[in-house]
Write a protein that binds this ligand. Structure first.
Ligand SMILES: [Zn+2]
Length: 117
């Protein structure tokens, strides 16, 4: 899959409001909020981040107004989801395995609609 094609796939999964994909569309609205966790929700396997953290290119993230922020990041040709829980004693950061664009896109959309956490 080409870089652009996977970018479009991820964009469509992350922006279900029918806006056309462009490489530099502005993210000027309130960020993504997760849907309520559903009965069929399955647990995501989170791994404690090993330091130093790898620098990811953030493709999408949930709204900064929440205590827990999820980021979908690209790293070394793969993708991962990073979950940061803000706490008074310091952020707690965990990540998924590194996955291909299709798998991470599915996991991200399941996370957003409450089918995986
Ligand atoms: Zn918000």
């Amino acid at each position: 899959m080409s870089r652009t094609a996977s970018g479009e796939l991820l964009w469509e999964l992350m922006h279900p409001d029918d806006r056309a994909w462009t490489p530099d569309a502005p993210e000027e609205y309130h960020g993504l909020h997760l849907g309520w966790q559903r009965a069929a929700c399955v647990p995501i396997e989170w791994h404690r981040r090993t330091l130093p953290a790898v620098k990811i290119r953030v493709c999408a993230h949930t709204c900064e107004c929440m205590v827990i922020v999820y980021e979908l990041g690209a790293y070394g040709g793969k993708y991962l989801i990073r979950r940061t829980t803000r706490r008074a004693e310091g952020d707690r950061v965990v990540e998924t395995d590194h996955l291909g664009a299709k798998d991470i896109g599915e996991l991200w959309s399941r996370l957003l609609c409450g089918l995986a956490r």
